[in-house]
Design a protein around this ligand. Structure first.
Ligand SMILES: Cc1cc2nc3c(=O)[nH]c(=O)nc-3n(C[C@H](O)[C@H](O)[C@H](O)COP(=O)(O)O)c2cc1C
Length: 415
């Protein structure tokens, strides 16, 4: 109905406008120990913060009156045509955020025309995700020669996965002190105040109890607490290995007939080695600031990696992407696409599949609008000439981590 110039048709009302809105809403819905696991980072959170502030080192160039119109966001990466250059990162035990976990994530990715990378320790199995979607998804594994790895690779291949991401930045689990303070372990270490905190989240608790999606379902068959404990033990025994070497990666390259990407690269020499051993691409990543504290931010590491391997292999970036402008800066510095981890988990925690769809749509529309404002006709046009170093920037006033400190720090007090 049009009433004196106003269009009164009903449209869906979205309460959450940015990824940060979803983050705040997710925090309110989850118990402290789950939040500490999902949102936390290593030690003093320096790398976690620099993953955000790193993006403010660049301004965007803008050209006007280009006549280009609506930009084309589509690209081809990991052998797949995707509608915009954002994929979902592998995240373990995602069922803790919302029982629908990777199932909703994969469906949302498919609806949005992109892909998910399924974690080894996902709350839904390789086969469940393959059955729930029609696109071929990607699977993430750790580089370890042995039966378990062979079995998982075979299962993934049988189920139709053709792209493997091999995560190499976990020779030890990063020191995530927030998790320790909150008693995040399997089973969770409970004190009266922690139990009270869980009781204050009855919807979350009832869903966890009913749907039992808290174990690594590629490693064990059920979600009973006993199996959740067992899946973590298997993960600790087989996945986290201190003495991994390039031989392990070369062995996996040999075993896997499809495309293989190495995830967790920050050094150009490592990128070069991986590509010389047959990697189709590298993911520049510091695991979202969850592993090595004082690791360089992913956006700062990107240019050297691109210089080393960009002409021979695809470079993807993750860690700290929260805005369409971040995606554009990563692409302008040579990345083919980005992965998002926590942002999709926030959406999932708040609204299940709809929330993941909304987060993806926020990225898509922010990228589209930014390209229009810059005068860029396609993501493929982006290169370093679209970036201008930001001179004299005020680290504090434009530091998104100021927000982080206000919103998150208080939750890391002992619980
Ligand atoms: C809760 C959580 C669990 C994760 N689990 C895995 C995993 O199982 N395998 C893996 O390769 N990376 C894992 N990651 C790292 C992500 O794949 C990705 O590198 C990181 O989340 C990117 O940073 P962002 O969260 O700032 O987007 C995990 C990240 C989070 C937040």
């Amino acid at each position: 109905m049009i009433v004196s110039g106003f269009d009164l048709r009903l449209r869906p009302v979205h309460r959450y406008v940015t990824v940060e809105d979803y983050r705040r809403a997710a925090r309110a819905r989850l118990p402290n120990f789950v939040w500490a696991y999902l949102d936390g980072g290593a030690e003093d959170l320096v790398t976690l913060r620099e993953n955000r502030t790193g993006f403010s080192a660049w301004s965007l160039r803008s050209r006007v009156l280009t006549g280009k119109g609506k930009p084309d966001l589509s690209t081809t990466v990991v052998g797949k045509d995707i509608k915009f250059p954002v994929m979902l990162a592998p995240t373990g035990y995602t069922g803790l955020a919302h029982w629908e976990g990777e199932l909703s994530a994969a469906r949302a990715a498919e609806a949005a025309g992109t892909r998910v990378v399924l974690s080894t320790v996902s709350s839904w199995s390789i086969e469940e995700i393959a059955e729930a979607t029609t696109d071929d998804q990607c699977f993430q594994l750790y580089p370890r020669e042995g039966d378990l790895t062979t079995r998982l690779m075979n299962r993934a291949w049988q189920a139709g996965y053709r792209t493997l991401f091999v995560t190499v930045d976990v020779p030890a689990v990063g020191l995530r002190e927030g998790e320790r303070r909150m008693g995040m372990s399997m089973p969770p270490s409970l004190t009266p105040s922690r139990m009270l905190n869980i009781a204050c989240h009855p919807l979350w608790a009832s869903r966890v109890l009913r749907h039992k999606r808290i174990s690594g379902r590629n490693l064990v068959d059920t979600g009973r607490l006993r199996d959740a404990v067992e899946s973590l033990a298997i993960q600790t025994r087989h996945v986290v290995q201190s003495a991994l070497s390039w031989d392990d990666f070369a062995w996996m390259r040999d075993q896997w007939k499809g495309r293989i990407y190495i995830k967790g690269i920050l050094d150009p020499a490592d990128a070069d080695k991986a590509v010389s051993l047959g990697a189709d691409g590298v993911v520049v990543s510091n695991h979202g600031g969850r592993q090595l504290e004082y690791a360089v931010s992913s956006i700062a590491a990107l240019p050297d990696v691109v210089a080393a391997v960009g002409s021979r292999a695809e470079v993807i970036l993750d860690s700290g992407i929260r805005r369409g402008t971040d995606v554009i800066k990563a692409l302008a510095l040579g990345a083919k696409a980005v992965l998002i981890g926590r942002p999709y988990i926030y959406g999932l925690a708040v609204e299940g599949q709809l929330g993941v769809e909304r987060v993806l749509e926020i990225f898509r529309s922010e990228i589209e609008r930014t390209l229009l404002l810059m005068g860029v006709g396609s993501v493929r046009e982006l290169d370093r000439s679209w970036l201008i170093p930001r001179a004299g920037r005020d680290e504090d006033s434009d530091n998104p981590s100021t927000l982080f400190d206000q919103a998150v720090r208080p939750h890391y007090r002992s619980g």
